[in-house]
Write a protein that binds this ligand. Structure first.
Ligand SMILES: [Zn+2]
Length: 685
């Protein structure tokens, strides 16, 4: 499982805006926001009373959520810039203007096919018909296995997921993995608790609408929607919650294939695995055995017609960008508007850039890096990573609550972290993937199958340590506990996160804090269970683990008290941050800034001591950190995030962290008892 810096955005489908295409190249030249932005500051608020509001207040006012988004934050500014650069690369590729390589041809053809709404509309449901007929022709529940294999290969996600993963008992090898999946609402609670009654009713109407668009009469469509929802609800009930899944021992169970089969014997696993064409294997990692027991119950409980309705829906859901406009509109009406509070769909070109990045990520990433990333930036960032690791080494050595034995293991783990910057050393070879201009549906299906087969081929092989889980243009970063490595793609290494011409205070306040964040993930409540090699092994003494838990509990209590969404009088209750759900990220945020500050103190920029724009280097460090998290969102998105996002809202990624830092209090001379200088200081790392 990968630990992201920020939640990945859900993709929503969108209409064509041809006019925008012509402008993309030009707009991409606009300067990016600065790492430290004086104009963002709200001088009407004292830094010691609400530092987030002080650092971000003017920005928050000037940057409301645009109608085609459900949130707008500093990452969005860079995201939009990156999408314009990618669109300009793809426009050139589609016009045959740049390098005449086979990869560029594929990029151009994939993108142009996605953009061509007229052709998609003209074909209507024709591309969907063969698979829909296949589903309709099933005569026995026993046949479900072969159909699920077909759907999994082309990128749909019914019932469960099957993939390859590093073996948690021997992280150098890849094994097969089976996990919960197959329900579309954001979390299992959406199906089962009263809090989400309205969303559930909206979803039911949405499903009925989709079945009507597939050509079924209103009565039949309603019955199918009810059936699909029954199936999804049963799958969701058998699944673990996001919080339960944060505990590593809950999501790793190695078992023999025969044992796994016995969890859901009514499913024809032999046919399923043969249908996938995956390499044979004797044992696998079953993330969630309880889920597969639940699947067995569902297989017996629901009729073949119930399952068929459910499969029709999961199939169409996976191919929306190749579906007629009415499907796209309906999808946005529920997932975009009702669930996320977004007013308008994103322009089609944005959706198609995302789809191309998703399916041809290495081809697009390679073109992006050629255009937008310098070897100097890579060297500079690698240097910062080593400084942050040195700061962590000093920190671990100085801990008073950890025994020498556990410290030695922690230091061994730290010394083994790999630093990945920019892009993979080797790009994926797409020569076997066929992309055809004008065949949007076929392109999605073939690219998905290429990806799935690529993934399954790894089963039983050594782990490829050069492979990345994010594309090079991504404005995000992650720590992988099974590879014990941190990843910073080229996309994130730009203003406002990092700037080759900015000072140390600015770059350490922002990017170095993010590097410290990812490094700390290796030692948070989840990451600490994995050793230097990425194996799930308990290397902590009982006493040290108890001391860790006590410190972590302090952070849980701190964040549990924060309000994520203010209730509206008489209409809704306050929604609180979930301290358990966000514990790993909050631990990483707190550790990250502390490490970055310690590394910053060794730089020339901190010693210069000079004020700039009226701020000391220390003050600019903290302002640059805080401004990375300025964030506006719709109320709906904030509610959904509070339930499902492992990251706390921007306000608490700033205030929740800085109240715990003496250096911050000193930098802004916060008097004891002011809101930013509370009596209690929480510290895990
Ligand atoms: Zn994180």
């Amino acid at each position: 499982m990968k630990r992201l810096l920020v939640a990945m955005l859900a993709l929503t489908a969108v209409p064509l805006a041809l006019a925008v295409q012509a402008e993309t190249a030009k707009e991409a030249e606009k300067p990016l926001p600065r790492v430290f932005d004086l104009k963002a500051i709200d001088h009407s608020v004292a830094p010691c009373s609400d530092f987030y509001q002080y650092a971000c207040g003017a920005w928050l006012k000037a940057n409301p959520v645009p109608p085609d988004q459900s949130d707008w934050w500093r990452f969005s500014e860079l995201d939009e810039h990156i999408r314009k650069v990618l669109a300009s690369i793809l426009d050139d590729a589609a016009a045959g203007k740049d390098a005449k390589t086979e990869n560029r041809r594929k990029l151009g053809d994939y993108y142009a096919s996605c953009l061509d709404e007229a052709a998609i509309e003209g074909k209507g449901l024709k591309p969907f018909t063969p698979e829909l007929k296949h589903i309709a022709a099933l005569t026995d529940k026993h046949d479900l296995a072969a159909e699920i294999a077909r759907l999994h290969l082309i990128g749909a996600a019914p019932m469960f997921s099957f993939s390859s993963t590093p073996d948690y008992t021997d992280a150098a090898m890849m094994i097969a993995s089976a996990d919960q999946d197959g329900f579309a609402l954001p979390d299992r609670d959406y199906y089962v608790t009263d809090d989400y009654k309205t969303e559930r009713a909206g979803y039911q109407l949405h499903l009925a609408r989709m079945f009507q668009l597939l050509g079924d009469g209103p009565k039949q469509a309603k019955a199918e929607a009810d059936a699909a929802l029954r199936v999804e609800t049963a799958l969701a009930k058998a699944a673990m919650s996001v919080v339960e899944r944060r505990e590593p021992k809950n999501v790793h169970h190695k078992m023999k294939l025969e044992e796994f089969v016995m969890l859901a014997p009514s499913f024809d696993w032999t046919t399923y695995l043969a249908g996938l064409g995956a390499p044979t294997f004797a044992s696998l990692d079953v993330a969630d055995p309880g889920f597969f027991k639940g699947l067995e119950t569902s297989l017996n409980a629901f009729s073949l017609d119930d399952w068929k309705a459910y499969l029709r829906w999961t199939f169409i859901d996976a191919f929306l960008s190749a579906a007629p406009r009415a499907f796209v509109d309906a999808d946005f009406g529920f997932f975009g508007k009702q669930l996320d509070g977004q007013e308008e769909m994103e322009a089609r070109w944005k959706r198609c850039v995302d789809a191309t990045d998703d399916q041809l990520g290495d081809a697009l990433g390679q073109a992006y890096v050629e255009r937008a990333f310098s070897p100097e930036a890579k060297q500079r960032v690698l240097g910062m990573m080593h400084q942050i690791a040195n700061a962590m080494e000093a920190d671990i050595k100085s801990l008073t609550w950890m025994s020498d034995n556990t410290k030695a293991r922690a230091l061994e783990k730290l010394a083994n972290v790999s630093f990945k910057v920019g892009y993979p050393d080797e790009w994926l070879d797409y020569s076997k993937l066929e992309i055809v201009r004008g065949d949007a549906f076929g392109n999605i299906a073939r690219a998905s199958e290429f990806d799935v087969r690529q993934d399954h081929a790894k089963i039983g092989k050594p782990v490829d340590r050069d492979e990345w889980g994010m594309t090079a243009s991504t404005d995000n970063s992650y720590y992988d506990e099974q590879l014990n490595a941190i990843y910073f793609p080229a996309g994130i290494l730009q203003p406002p996160n990092f700037d080759m011409v900015a000072g140390d205070a600015e770059n350490y306040g922002n990017l170095a804090s993010l590097i410290g964040h990812e490094l700390t993930h290796g030692f948070d409540d989840e990451g600490r269970h994995y050793d230097a090699k990425g194996n799930l092994i308990d290397w902590w003494s009982k006493e040290d683990a108890a001391a860790f838990d006590e410190r972590a509990a302090g952070l849980v209590r701190e964040y549990d008290a924060f309000v994520a969404v203010k209730g509206r009088h008489g209409r809704s209750k306050d929604v609180y941050v979930d301290g358990e759900l966000t514990l790993g990220e909050n631990t990483a945020d707190n550790g990250g800034v502390r490490l970055a500050y310690e590394a910053f103190m060794t730089t020339q920029g901190s010693k210069a001591g000079a004020e700039a724009h009226g701020y000391t280097p220390e003050q600019r460090f903290f302002l640059s950190y805080a401004q990375g998290w300025c964030e506006n969102h719709t109320e709906e998105a904030a509610r959904e995030d509070a339930k499902t996002d492992e990251h706390a809202p921007g306000k608490y990624r700033v205030n929740g962290v800085l109240v715990n830092l003496e250096a911050f209090r000193k930098a802004f001379a916060c008097k004891p008892g002011t809101p930013m200088a509370t009596a209690k200081i929480n510290r895990v790392w």
